[in-house]
Ligand binder design. Structure first.
Ligand code: F6R
Length: 617
């Protein structure tokens, strides 16, 4: 939520800030703003709404001779979306500015205190207290000391960038519980330093990154950087990591939307996630990154999966896989519930937080509680160096590449692949599946990327036809059973979040316990009906819908001609082994949501009220 970016170096700063904001806009788009230093003074531009509004205001100053600045894109928490509440925020003199991602929880008390001392506030934001607090503590010389003192008085979360017109050669950055990454030059090359909420904003300029930790403050200069402990001021040495993403990965590459590009990238993303981890010939999976010995894996008594949103749906699928193939009890929690219930955990429980971003506040908090309770924590994550990957005992990275569209697509299917690998690996170590069976499953997984690549263009067309038919629908039901039930939830979430059509996913057998009352001649009901172990049961539920004249859309196995008798629309999918159906069946549902949202003229990549990375509770 909110994205911040900053640059100091030899290039002109405005285009760098704008490019950075473009790549961070998925984090919030209620307003955007930037500030740069020009002829000794700070120049600030802000605009309500999307970044394009700010860009329009900047036409005349794009080439301005300035080499230091900060930018911000906002997802409103305190204070409505307005130009006045847009960042950067300034102190009373206008010589000091701050951009901030996070929440200052004690802002009310601080605001009263500072107002009492004569500070004049211009916005309703929590952030503004920070800049006035720094101003209050600043002696006009040592800005770092003032920033450190101010941040020690602040409760809550922050990633901040601070700039002062009196220090034209330095930016200050600090973090506590909100992500912040630095882009740093090769020693001696003077290429400049960057700060950003996320890696894609740095990619056009560098792949050398430094992840700030909580309670650290960084000083950025043209040719070097230093990082200090917030409380003691002691310098800390930081490892420079090299990111293997390239700038094109965070661009649309000829597609109309990021979401469509990311849907079409799934064959490659799935392949990258299992590549090097499976040996199809011998039916072996290797996951050394778990950091768990065979003895430890055999000693696990229970697995606890926690996540939010789509990642939670991936966890629900994994419960079916792990219980069926490994015979281990699995519980699945929504992270915001997990963190406030009584946790019964010890070292025999493996806790697996699943998160694309690795920064989701509730998942992170749940994971910290699990660690404190003595559980072993293994995260499944897509973002190198994110907080969860640094705090977990081990990480299985999904190699989906950067996901910019706010609705999760390729990151979700890659989470499923990682969880599938985890299932096979545990089955291998605990001896719960014979080698031959494992080999067949690995072979099927390996066959999946080319299969999906072949089907994608046809699905895009079929889903467009369906979207034309249902574009005016006000409600939608998604039904499935077994390991595909969570995919019904995922299909409904995709549709509602990007097209704003009310949609719900149900376990098909649950229909007659209430939701069946909703069925009438106008209600679209999409059922996932592959020929698996619960096919007959699912078909019985579909009959119940048909008897009540619901408009049935069936996604089922190629060659299952019986579906035509039941469904008003039938989409046939290739037959794969049942365990892999959740991955396969997700993709046409993503395309359905995409096509409906597109036809309804919705903003596919940046749906209203949402932000990609939910770093507030
Ligand atoms: C839905 C979606 C969200 C995320 C959720 C968790 O399309 O993207 O529901 O899945 O906010 O985010 P991560 O996985 O980053 O923890």
């Amino acid at each position: 939520m909110c994205g911040i970016v900053g640059y100091i170096g030899p290039r002109r700063v405005v285009p760098i800030l704008l490019e950075g904001l473009k790549r961070l806009e998925y984090r919030g788009y209620d307003s955007a703003g930037l500030v740069y230093l020009h002829q000794g003074g700070l120049v600030k531009h802000r605009a309500m709404g999307k970044l394009v509004n700010l860009e329009e205001k900047l036409d005349a100053v794009r080439d301005v001779e300035s080499h230091i600045g900060l930018g911000h894109t906002r997802w409103a928490t305190h204070g409505s979306p307005s130009e006045l509440n847009a960042h950067p925020h300034s102190d009373c003199t206008g010589e000091l500015v701050v951009v901030h991602n996070g929440i200052i929880e004690n802002y009310h008390a601080l605001r009263e205190e500072l107002q009492g001392k004569g500070h004049v506030f211009r916005s309703e934001t929590d952030t503004e207290v920070l800049v006035h607090l720094i101003e209050e503590l600043f002696n006009g010389k040592n800005l770092l000391a003032a920033v450190r003192k101010a941040l020690q008085r602040v409760q809550g979360s922050y990633a901040v960038g601070v700039m002062w017109s009196g220090a034209p050669d330095m930016l200050i950055a600090a973090r506590c519980q909100s992500p912040l990454v630095l882009g740093v030059p090769e020693p001696g090359d003077g290429g400049g330093c960057l700060l950003a909420s996320d890696i894609p904003a740095l990619l056009p300029y560098t792949n050398r990154v430094v992840f700030l930790d909580d309670h650290e403050v960084a000083l950025l200069y043209r040719d070097r950087f230093e990082v200090r402990k917030l409380a003691s001021g002691r310098e800390v040495s930081k490892e420079v990591k090299i990111v293997d993403w390239n700038p094109a990965m965070a661009e649309k590459g000829g597609y109309t939307h990021f979401m469509l590009k990311e849907i079409f990238e799934q064959p490659q993303a799935i392949l990258s996630t299992f590549r090097g981890r499976v040996d199809p010939e011998n039916g072996q999976v290797s996951l050394p990154e778990l950091g768990l010995s065979d003895r430890e894996i055999k000693g696990i008594k229970r697995i606890s999966l926690l996540a939010c949103g789509s990642s939670w749906h991936a966890a629900l699928v994994a419960k079916y896989w792990l219980e069926k193939r490994v015979g281990i009890p699995v519980e699945v929690d929504i992270a915001s519930e997990f963190r406030y219930r009584r946790l019964i955990l010890d070292k025999s429980v493996l806790v697996v937080p699943i998160s694309q971003s690795g920064e989701t506040a509730d998942t992170l908090a749940g994971m910290r509680l699990a660690r404190q309770a003595g559980a072993r924590v293994l995260t499944i994550c897509n973002v190198l160096g994110s907080t969860m990957t640094r705090e977990a005992h081990g990480t299985i990275y999904t190699h989906a590449g950067p996901e910019i569209g706010v609705a999760s697509t390729k990151a979700f299917t890659c989470q499923l692949v990682a969880l599938f690998l985890l299932t096979l690996y545990f089955a291998q170590v605990r001896g719960t599946m014979v080698a031959e069976e494992r080999r067949t499953m690995i072979e099927s997984l390996v066959e999946l990327p080319p299969l999906v690549a072949k089907e994608l263009p046809g699905w895009l067309e079929e889903m467009e036809r369906l979207a034309e038919e249902f574009v005016k629908s006000r409600h939608f039901l998604f039904l499935a059973r077994g390991e595909n039930f969570p995919i019904a939830l995922e299909g409904a979430l995709k549709l509602k979040e990007i097209s704003y059509i009310h949609a719900e996913g149900y376990a098909a057998g649950e229909m007659k316990h209430g939701p069946i009352a909703l069925i009438d001649r106008d209600m679209p009901v999409l059922a996932l009906a592959p020929q698996d172990g619960v096919y007959e049961k699912l078909i019985a539920n579909v009959e119940e819908v048909k008897a009540r004249h619901g408009r049935l859309i069936l996604l089922g196995s190629r060659g299952d001609d019986g579906l035509a008798r039941l469904g008003e629309f039938v989409v046939q999918l290739p037959v794969v082994m049942p365990d892999l159906n959740p991955i396969l069946y997700t993709i046409p549902l993503q395309l359905l949501a995409y096509q409906v949202a597109r036809l309804r003229g919705c903003d596919v990549d940046q749906p209203r009220n949402l932000a990609k990375s939910v770093t507030v509770e």
